[in-house]
Design a protein around this ligand. Structure first.
Ligand SMILES: [Zn+2]
Length: 137
């Protein structure tokens, strides 16, 4: 898993202007319902419907579900998303940029990675519009 994370970090470095000479974040594997609880989603049905799979917090830990499959590109694309957040925080971007815009950047980079891996496009333009709009005064 470490080599995968190093590869993702290098990819982020090539595709952004962030400094990626960083230690790797911690990984924590947990029941999907616990991942949802980190988001404040306690209802199991709602948890599955939300698609919440990984969550990055400021303690430099990425939470992944127990059924995360490191050989699945689909799952890896979610790791890419969370690693982008890790890099944003490590570069203090969270201190100058609105959360919605950080989310948009993470989704757009995830999408770019997906396309580079020949995965189908998954980014919902409406979602990014709503996230960016949440940052407008
Ligand atoms: Zn995110």
């Amino acid at each position: 898993m470490q080599d995968i994370m190093i590869g993702v970090l290098a990819w982020i470095g090539l595709n952004t202007s962030y400094n990626v000479e960083l230690n790797l974040p911690n990984l924590s594997f947990t029941e999907p319902s616990n991942v949802c609880a980190n988001y404040g989603i306690n209802n199991k049905g709602r948890c599955q419907a939300s698609g919440v799979i990984a969550f990055y917090n400021q303690k430099k830990t990425i939470y992944l579900p127990l059924n995360f499959n490191e050989n699945s590109k689909e799952d890896r694309s979610k790791l890419v998303h969370e690693m982008v957040h890790y890099v944003q925080w490590a570069n203090n971007k969270n201190k100058t940029e609105c959360m919605g815009n950080l989310e948009v950047e993470a989704y757009e980079l995830q999408e770019k990675w997906r396309l580079s891996q020949k995965l189908t496009a998954s980014l919902d333009p409406f979602k990014t519009i709503m996230l960016a709009a949440s940052c407008e005064d």
